[in-house]
Design a protein around this ligand. Sequence first.
Ligand code: KIV
Ligand code: ZN
Length: 502
Amino acid sequence: MDNKVYIFDTTLRDGEQVPGCQLNTVEKIQVAKQLEALGVDIIEAGFPISSPGDFNSVVEISKAVTWPTICALTRAVEKDIDVAAEALKYAKHKRIHTGIGTSDSHIKYKFNSTREEIIERAVKAVKYARRYVDDVEFYAEDAGRTENEYLARVVEAVIAAGATVVNIPDTTGYCLPSEFGAKIKYLCDNVQNIDKAIISTHCHNDLGMATANTISGLINGARQCEVTINGIGERAGNTSLEEVAMILKCHSHLDLHTNINTQKIYPTSRMVSSLMNMPVQPNKAVVGKNAFAHSSGIHQDGVLKNVQTYEIMDPQEVGLDVNSIVLTARSGRAALKHRLHVLGVELEGEKLDKIYEQFLKLADKKKEINDDDLLVLAGADTTMDHHIKLDFLQVTSGVGVRPVASVGLDIAGEKFEAAATGNGPVDAAINALKQIIKRHMILKEFTIQSINKGSDDVAKVHMQVEYENHIYYGFGAGTDIVQASVDAYLDAINKFTKKAVL
Ligand code: KIV
Ligand code: ZN
């Protein structure tokens, strides 16, 4: 059996389904190019029938990316497949990913159907997709909870119909690693035509077993795994690309190889986290801020004597640039451009000038600018088209005084002002905003996160604002946490108000 493991990245499809993490097409192209540089074999670029935005992203990513296969998701529905084929028109290597639920609960409750009918629909969809492309992947949704014997019949039928890859998703993240591995082995041993297709894993992380299940699947014969950067995805997320790549690298005795350039892992992780406004937990394996930080005395002592005592991988292997240049107010445009390039952000001309201007302002407030600050600056660009902008903000707070804020807004060119008090400076500022924007908005979630350390640090603010039973996400960042909070609130408001809002 070939020992190459194909890395199928679904950050831009399954990963992007996370509420509040949606990217625009330009950002998706940026991520896709970074995935190409990282060495992923297949990029799942979207679900074209789901929205014009997704359709367009698949078209543009197909044009922008050269060697990875571009994959588009569909249901086992002819119209979906027609639209996916159209979206993939410009891809140099293309794949349609079609499928249907195969577990008894999906068959009964989702489709009100029978096992035999599901096989028929699956076969029909694969044959239909093969009319457009040579590379068709079939997913048996909820395969993790599908009885093995029936699953083997489905897999055999879709391979006979022309599927080149068969995806066995643990959609609900239910399986134990031993169980999932045994499922893949069962398919390898019992599906007669299994040598005509590649088996893929697609493990969700609901019980924290996504990576373990994926590795178990690979050990037992799967040769493709579906993963996302930082493990992002619906609910508890998907399998992390970085974890799988580093496990296979560290455990070379498994003799399973990927095409991943591991030194690009860290910059890719930072880029996705920054563009999606999705913080990486500090203790996240491989890419968390503390992944290589030794704080206990015993560990520090060991590492100083010999790093191998407590480090199983070299931070530089995953692209963590321990000697990364710190930029300051004296750094020039070229240094900024170079650092952004290392982080996977390509900026030229006016855009570079604009970020450089913002960089100098930040460098005045904060002596040293690091990679996270730069990614925040580069990402901040996305809010420039807001029609409600903050004109001014003045806040007074302290001990023995009631916090008060006055706020000025520019709404599509018209100026508005209001003042209000609150139980703290952020509450006062938001109360003032609400006096101008008189809508029934409820702040459901509010998190402030400092990027590094130090009282001069940049804070990232994430908010969820409920309006008319929908949740809107807002993001703001800056050295002033009250302003960053107001920016986050306005970012959310801009998403549900289009023109005049009063
Ligand atoms: O989790 C899942 O089953 C999926 C399929 C659509 C592949 O994402
Ligand atoms: Zn999934």
